[in-house]
Design a protein around this ligand. Sequence first.
Ligand code: SR1
Ligand code: MG
Length: 400
Amino acid sequence: MSQYTAFTEQDALAYVQEKSGLFTADEPLNCYEFGDGNLNMVFRISNHTGTSVILKQALPYARCVGESWPLTLDRARIEAQALIAHSKVCPEHTVKVLDYNPDLALILLEDLGDMQILRGAQNQAKQFDLLGEHVADYLAKTAFYYSDFYLDAQEKKALVAQFINPELCQITEDLFFSDPYRKHERNNYPAQLQPLVLELWQDDALKTAVAQLKAKFLSSPQSLLHGDMHSGSIFVDAQQTKMIDPEFAFFGPIGFDLGSFIGNLLLNYCAQNGRIQDENERHTMQAHLLHTLHTTVSEFARQFTQLASQHTQDVNFQEPAYISAFIQSVIKDAVGYCATELIRRTIGLAHVADIDTIADESARLDVQQQTINLGRQLIKSADDIHDAQSLKAVLSSLLN
Ligand code: SR1
Ligand code: MG
């Protein structure tokens, strides 16, 4: 089979049996589809001894909306190539690509076995002590090694061209920056939030800050981003953290990935107000989330500074004051992108289970108001935030 067709479980099983080299032709295999993301099909294929593999296939449309939203199959190439690129500089936190088939828009990936998707785990109030360090390690290495600090300018431009990803970027441009700040049919929020949403739409200072963030997203090819660093793109257990799903990868502003990740930590922080009844238990989980957030930002800054101080190739960018100013601007951008993540996951098309699965409607509405207000205040505080310490100070005043 080499012409594109959307796989059934039977097709996925037959493909893996024939092509993966992991299984013999006649051994019995089990296959099931378990994708719960917005865009693709994801199959797990295993034999009775526990050998298994993941087959991810792009559909020619966005799965969460259906055929009325056509979407390029080229996203499978982008995802495979981004995983391979990120694996070169951070194999410890990047899922392994075993094979990529461009005709069928599919990728064979290592099965991460008993590791859990971070969002589901956090919704069960599970804590991961190494999460912040691991994410910071991944973000610092991928950001540094694909930036102008490290790459030769010709090589960088070739990579920028390779990772041009217009259709997926357009989704982010619309869903993060455009839709939530005006009336749009894709927006999705309960009627009770309308007064707060209207206030947001009339907040000119906020809309100016969002315009600046969108402009930077559109035209700052600082490094090869993951592009969709939310809690559903991260597998975790007590020892390991692995990033998956970079189909939104492109060369963009470094603060976007960091901001998306910390935005998801804050979404979970707010959601716990409606999820965990016991006050002590809730405070413990929320303290863990804030600790993870601060570790991520401080470790990211420390590691990027160290990489830039020791391995920068470009003579101009070796200047210590430039490195320090660059990191400060990345953290400021991250705060802005974090705020837009909080707002778009509440008002826009794509929500998070952290909030949507809160059973009690009034508790859910309180959380939704909190995420909107937090996003709105954070975006306006971004000018005062340039490192983990100043972020900590602003967050503790906004969250108390
Ligand atoms: C139509 S895609 C909606 C969202 O899912 C992806 O994971 C991205 O976050 C995107 O914004
Ligand atoms: Mg995804």
